[in-house]
Design a binder for this molecule. Structure first.
Ligand code: PMP
Length: 406
C-alpha cells in the first residue's frame, strides 16, 4: 500500500475544498485521531453531519444489519427502509410526501424544480421567478449556485439559469418590493449557516409565509444545515412556528452517509409524476435504514432538550473566553449551530483560529473570514465540550497573548 498523506491531495485531486493539514483516520463520539495518532475534539461534526457523533453504536449496528440484507436496486424498485423513513418523517413533520436524493444541493435542486413545475401546472408558465437571500448557500450544482446569494460560487460558470433574484436577508421591505404574482418560490435558510450563522427573525419568516400565500408562491425552507435537531427542535420551522411548503434536509439525516430529502405536501408533490425527476441512489436501503434510526434517536425530548442544555454550556464557555480575552464581537446562533463573530483584535482571522485549532487538538470551522462556527455533536459529553472550549481558549490566548488577563 503506497503511503498517502496531505501532500498527496494536490497530486491526485481536482481542487475543491482546502483540506485541513491533518488526515483523520478514526472517529469515536466527539473525538478524532489523525494518521500520526494525534487526538482532536470535534467541534465541526463535518459541518452538521455527524450530529450523533462518530461511530454511534446503534447506527453502526443498523448499517451492518442492512449491509447483510440488501444494498441497492434499480429505480424500478422501492425498498422497506426508504418507506419506513418516509413514514417517520411524515409522522414527525408537516410533510405528506418525501423525495430522497443524495445531498443538500440535490434536495434543493428538486425543491426548485418542483416549485417551477407546480406553478406551470396550477397557474401559468411565466410564473417562474425565484427569490433567494443575499449571503445564502444552497449547494454547488449550477442551479443552486445561481440561487445561492454568494456570487463567488457562480463565477465563471455562466450562462447560469435565469429568473432568480436576491434580496437582503431579514429585510421585510426588500422582499415586499420584489415578490409578485410571477414569483413561484421563495427559498430561505431559517438560520443562515455559510453566510455567517445568522438566524432569521420570527417576524421575517412569518411575513414570508404571508407574502407567499398572497402571491401563490411556495415557501421553501433549506434546513440542510440547521435541520435534524440542531436547532433544538427536530426542524427549525417548528421552533419558529412557521410552516414551509417544501423543506429540504440532508447532512445530519445520514450522520455521515450521503442522503438528501425533500419534504412537501401531497398536493404540491403531485406536480411531479413518474419520470419527472429522480436519482439512481436516492433512498437506497443502506442509507435510509441508517437515516431512519437517526431520526428515531434524535427526535426524543432527551436529545432535543440536551441540545438546549449544551447550547447554554457552549455559549457560557464562549462568554467566559470573551470575558478574559475580548475576542468576540457577538455570539449568536441557534441550538448547536453557534457563530462567534470576531472582534477587531482578530478581525478577519477566523482562518488562523481554525488552523491553530488543528495544532491544539480542536476541530473548528469558519463561516466567512470573520466568524468562527461551532457545531459540536448534539450528544457531545460535557467533558468533551469543556475540553474543546479549553483548547479553543489556548488558541485564542496564543493569537492574542497581549490581552491575556493578568
Ligand atoms: N444548503 C445549506 C444550508 C448548506 O449548508 C449546504 C452545505 N453546506 C447545502 C445546502 C449543500 O449541501 P451538500 O453539500 O450536501 O450538497
Amino acid at each position: 500500500m503506497p503511503t498517502v498523506n496531505r501532500a498527496t491531495f494536490d497530486q491526485v485531486m481536482v481542487p475543491n475544498y482546502a483540506p485541513a493539514p491533518f488526515i483523520p483516520v478514526k472517529g469515536l463520539a466527539s473525538r478524532l485521531w489523525d494518521q500520526e495518532g494525534r487526538e482532536y475534539v470535534d467541534f465541526s461534526s463535518g459541518i452538521a453531519v455527524t450530529s450523533l457523533g462518530h461511530l454511534h453504536p446503534e447506527l453502526t449496528a443498523v448499517l451492518h444489519e442492512q449491509a447483510d440484507q440488501l444494498w441497492h436496486l434499480s429505480n424500478g424498485f422501492t425498498n422497506e427502509p426508504a418507506l419506513r423513513l418516509a413514514q417517520r418523517l411524515i409522522d414527525a413533520t408537516f410533510a405528506e410526501r418525501v423525495f430522497f436524493c443524495n445531498s443538500g444541493a440535490e434536495a434543493n435542486e428538486a425543491a426548485l424544480k418542483l416549485a417551477r413545475r407546480y406553478a406551470v401546472d396550477h397557474f401559468s408558465s411565466d410564473k417562474d421567478q425565484i427569490i433567494a437571500c443575499a449571503q445564502s448557500f444552497h449547494g454547488r450544482t449550477l442551479f443552486t449556485v445561481s440561487v445561492g446569494g454568494q456570487p463567488k460560487y457562480a463565477e465563471g460558470f455562466g450562462p447560469t439559469p435565469g429568473g432568480i433574484s436576491h434580496v437582503p436577508f431579514n429585510d421585510l421591505a426588500a422582499i415586499e418590493a420584489m415578490i409578485s404574482d410571477k414569483t413561484c418560490a421563495v427559498i430561505v435558510e431559517p438560520v443562515q449557516g455559510e453566510g455567517g450563522v445568522i438566524p432569521a427573525t420570527q417576524e421575517y419568516l412569518r411575513a414570508l409565509r404571508a407574502l407567499c400565500d398572497k402571491h401563490n408562491a411556495l415557501l421553501i425552507f433549506d434546513e440542510v444545515q440547521i435541520g435534524v435537531g440542531r436547532s433544538g427542535s427536530l426542524y427549525a420551522y417548528m421552533h419558529y412556528g412557521v410552516t414551509p411548503d417544501i423543506l429540504t434536509s440532508a447532512k445530519a439525516l445520514g450522520n455521515g452517509l450521503p442522503i438528501g430529502a425533500m419534504l412537501t405536501t401531497a398536493k404540491i408533490a403531485s406536480a411531479f409524476v413518474v419520470g419527472t425527476h429522480g436519482s439512481t441512489y436516492g433512498g437506497n436501503p443502506l442509507v435510509t435504514a441508517v437515516a431512519d434510526k437517526v431520526i428515531e434517536l434524535i427526535n426524543t425530548p432527551a436529545v432535543l432538550n440536551g441540545v438546549k442544555h449544551r447550547n447554554k454550556l457552549l455559549v457560557d464557555g464562549l462568554n467566559q473566553i470573551n470575558a478574559k480575552h475580548s475576542v468576540f464581537k457577538e455570539i449568536r446562533g441557534s441550538g448547536l449551530l453557534i457563530g462567534a463573530e470576531l472582534a477587531p483584535v482578530l478581525q478577519g482571522r477566523a482562518k488562523d483560529v481554525v488552523t491553530l485549532g488543528a495544532k491544539h487538538g480542536v476541530v473548528l470551522l469558519m463561516a466567512g473570514p470573520n466568524v468562527l462556527r461551532l457545531l459540536p455533536s448534539l450528544v457531545i459529553s460535557e467533558a468533551d465540550l469543556a475540553e474543546g472550549l479549553r483548547r479553543l481558549e489556548t488558541v485564542i490566548a496564543e493569537l492574542v497573548p497581549a490581552t491575556v488577563a493578568a
